[in-house]
Design a protein around this ligand. Sequence first.
Ligand SMILES: [Zn+2]
Ligand SMILES: [Zn+2]
Length: 361
Amino acid sequence: MIVFPLFAIGVLSFMSDKPFDFRLINGLQGDPAVFVLLKRMGEALLFDLGVIENLGHRDMLRVRHVFVSHAHMDHFVGFDRLLRVNVPHRRQLTLFGPEDFIERVRCKLNSYTWNLIDPDQIRFHVYEVRGDGSVWTASLTNTDKFSAPATRTDLKHHHLVTLRDGSQVAAALMDHKGIPSVSYKLEAPAILKVRTEKLKALQLKAGPWLGDLQYRVRTGQAEGTIEADGRMFPIDELAAEIITQQRGRSLVYLTDLSFSARNLEALRKAFGQASDGISESSFADEDRSRAVDKAHLTSRQSALIARSLGIQHFHVFHVSGIYGQGPQQVAEEARNFFHSLPGPGPELDQEIQIELSRVLS
Ligand SMILES: [Zn+2]
Ligand SMILES: [Zn+2]
C-alpha cells in the first residue's frame, strides 16, 4: 500500500485555551470563595464557601462540586445561600472538607424545617478527608432527616474525585493552628482535538481510525504508519496535520495554613508541580510574627510555596483586614517576591530554610 507523506512541519500544535477560568468572588480581602468554571463541560466548582452574595444566580446553579478547606466561619458561612438556591432546583451537590465535615453539613441541614419539600428533594453527597488520608462519605437527604452514617470509601486524599471532563481533584492536609485545613489541586488533563477542516482538505472521512490515531498520540506511539479511511499515512505527520492538543493545566488552592516544614512537605508530596496557584497572602513580610500567631502565610511565604510547586501563574487573596484599604500592597509584595525567587532547586530550598528558621525564632 502507498504511504502518503504529508511533509507536516513540526509536531503536534498546542492551543493556548485554558481548560478552566476562575474568579475570586470577594476579591483580595473578602471571605475566601473561588468560582472555577470548567470550560469543557460548562460546570463549575467552588473552593471554599465564604460569603457568596457576589456570585450570580446563574453561576451558582453551575456549581456541582464544592471543596471546603475548613469550617472557620469565613470559609463556610456561604453554605446557606448555596443550599437555598439549590433546593427548588433539586440539584444534587457534592461537597468535600476536612475531618468532621459530614457532621457539620448534617447539622446545618438539620437546623431548618423541611416539612414542605418532596422526599429526596435535597441530596448532598458529602466527603471528608481524615487525618490518616482516608476519605469518608455520607449521602445526606431530607427523606431520612439527613441521618445516613459516614462510611469509609476506597478513595485516598491524593485522588478525591474525577470530574466528567477528566479533571481530577487531590487534597493535602495542612496544619492550621492545631486544626486540619485542606488544600486542593485541580488537574485538568490535556485533550486532543481533530481539525475537521484539515480532514476535509485531505479528503478523509472520520472513522474508527481517528480514535486509533488519538490513542497512539496520547500514549506516545507516534512512529510507523496508520491506515486512515483506506489510505496509509505516517502517524507523526498525519497527527501533526489534523490533531491539535489543548494543554493540560492544574490549579492549586492554598489557604489557612502555617509555614512549616511539615506543611510544605505534605504539599509537595500530594501535589507535585502545578501550573497555576491561588494562595492566601494574609500578612506582609514584616508582620511575620502575626502570621505565625494566626497560622497564616505572609506574602513571602506564599511566594516560596508557589515557587516550590513550580507554579507559573500566581494569584493571591485572603489578605488580612488589618491592612484596611490597602490589600493591594500586600498582594504586590507577594508578586514581587514570586518574581524574584528562583524555581524549584537547591537555591530555592535554601531560601525556604532561611524562612523556616525565621518562623521558629
Ligand atoms: Zn481564613
Ligand atoms: Zn482559618
